[in-house]
Design a protein around this ligand. Structure first.
Ligand code: HEM
Length: 494
């Protein structure tokens, strides 16, 4: 990286457990130009950008919406969105002459997960699966590839140069620049804010009428300064009654959080699911085993008179759980994080490394001010943790004890993976994401068989802050993963 003092760090398990998560990971930084322009999308007050005490305050406000019971209560919403998508697929397959159809998977999943985040987080029906007309859904759709895919040498050079340009000039450029990528980012930010404002207005009215439901926002909304004045209203969620006035979010902060949740809460899950479908399309034997477990559980569900899987049903499906964990290990869509050290530090290493000088190093000195690029993907494929076949997609490792959840260097919020990170900046929506994945995987693989196409043989992992599938030579077409989908036959017993 030109002009910057950067440490590229492959997430040694010991230093992750001992120091990285605890000390360094708290302090985050984006390359300034990217940060300024990217802040247009979630908003400058978003949890992704704020630091220190402000960050703690935002986390405290948001956490009640993302606990285990709250996330589990969203299962029927996720199942409904997955089913809407699969009903569309069924219709399109039955109308096709070939008894199968080719779908651009990330586009469908982006629409379905956008509907899911709308309903679960804000109690709003975006209806993207039905008509794909939602302006914000469409703006988000190909945003990451438009902005960050295949940067030219000039763009990379400019990014490096921004370290030396005064912040005010960069901000002016971010707010007024005509570069198509900056314009796109700005416009998406404007649409996202107007959607957030509309949602706040609608929701405020509902909450004040005592119609708040269990969506994340009903919990979040209670903390805003707007609601403080109406504290006497008994209808406002209990959280608001208990909240310390200093802990509340301003309206601007609330809009930023809503934009963060709208974006972080659907593109990550949509791309993770896309990679899941890709890995399974390559492996029909894993699909069959998964489908057998799903249909066996389905038979139990129907026999007891229910129509949908409960959380207990999903949690009692060991193979499906193993596949979900393996997808999250093998395909971490946020593949690296950027931090800087706010103080001198030292990180111990699990294995000594030999420097170019020949000196053997047992710990890594971290000087104040150094920027650290930490690879989540490298941690998730560390052979010491995941076995010699760490580079192979193999759900079996979660069943045969190789990838036991309780490693001696246990880090991360889920399954000892770094996919959702760990520590105070861990993903707030990880439970939400895991349950959403369980619901979508069960719906898709219970009903369909997936196969590769000529185009999917040319899939390329496009690193645009989120790892997005594109096709070699067709990056300008945005997210692309074309898979052939057919209805999975049922045996007489099923
Ligand atoms: C498979 C899906 C997901 C993955 C892999 C993922 C991963 C991550 C990672 C690695 C971070 C830390 C980024 C950094 O600090 O640089 C993060 C932060 C965050 N995620 Fe997720 N995420 C997912 C789904 C979700 C969902 C569904 C939501 C909300 C509904 C969400 C909301 C957030 C928020 C608000 C933050 C910022 C937290 C903070 O800085 O305090 N994420 N996510």
């Amino acid at each position: 990286m030109p002009f910057e003092t950067t440490l590229s760090y492959n997430m040694d398990p010991v230093s992750v457990a001992v120091g990285f998560v605890a000390v360094v990971i708290v302090h985050k930084v984006y390359r300034r130009y990217t940060r300024i322009s990217l802040a247009d999308v979630p908003g400058p007050e978003s949890a992704s950008f704020i630091m220190g005490d402000d960050h703690k305050r935002h986390r405290k406000v948001m956490l009640p919406g993302f606990g285990a019971p709250e996330s589990k209560a969203f299962l029927p919403i996720f199942q409904g969105c997955a089913e809407s998508m699969s009903n569309k697929w069924m219709d399109m397959i039955s109308n096709s002459k070939e008894e199968s159809a080719v779908f651009n998977i990330p586009k469908w999943l982006s629409r379905a997960t956008f509907d899911a985040i709308g309903e679960a987080a804000f109690d709003i029906r975006f209806g993207s699966i039905d008509n794909n007309e939602n302006e914000l859904g469409r703006a988000y759709g190909s945003m990451m590839t438009t902005l960050f895919a295949a940067p030219s040498v000039g763009q990379i050079f400019f990014q490096g140069l921004t370290t030396y340009i005064p912040l005010r000039i960069l901000e002016y450029f971010g707010n007024n620049g005509n570069n198509p990528r900056i314009v796109r980012m700005r416009e998406t930010g404007i649409i996202a804010t107007s959607v957030a404002k509309q949602m706040v207005e609608d929701k405020a009215e509902m909450l004040l009428q005592g119609k708040g439901s269990r969506d994340v926002f009903s919990l979040l909304g209670g903390f805003t300064t707007s609601f403080q004045s109406s504290k006497s209203d008994k209808s406002i969620v209990k959280a608001n009654m208990d909240a310390d006035a200093k802990a509340k979010l301003t309206d601007e902060e609330l809009f930023s959080q809503m934009r963060t949740i709208l974006f972080a809460g659907h593109e990550t899950t949509a791309n993770t699911l896309s990679w899941a479908l890709f890995e399974l399309a390559k492996r029909p034997e894993i699909q069959s085993r998964l489908r057998a477990e799903i249909r066996e559980t389905e038979a139990t569900v129907l026999a007891r008179g229910d129509t949908e899987f409960t959380m207990a049903d999903l949690d009692a499906m060991p193979y499906t759980t193993a596949v979900v964990k393996e997808v999250l290990r093998f395909c971490p869509v946020i593949y690296e994080v950027h931090r800087y050290a706010s103080q001198d530090d030292v990180l111990p290493l699990s294995q000594p490394i030999t420097a170019r000088s020949g000196k053997v190093i047992h710990q890594l000195p971290i000087p104040k001010g150094i920027r650290i690029v930490a690879s989540i993907a490298a941690y998730n494929r560390n052979k010491d943790l995941w076995g010699e076949d760490a580079h192979v997609f193999n759900p079996e490792r979660w069943l045969n004890g190789v990838a036991s959840d309780k490693k001696s260097t246990s880090v991360g919020v889920y399954a000892n993976l770094m996919t959702f990170l760990g520590g105070v900046r861990a993903c707030i929506g990880w439970r939400f994401a895991v349950i959403e994945m369980q619901a979508f995987m069960t719906e898709i693989f219970g009903k369909f068989e997936l196969a590769l196409t000529d185009k999917s043989e040319r899939v390329r992992r496009e690193a645009c802050l989120v790892m997005v599938p594109t096709v070699e030579g067709e990056v300008e077409h945005g997210p692309q993963l074309m898979l052939r989908v057919s209805v999975a036959p049922r045996t007489e017993k099923e």
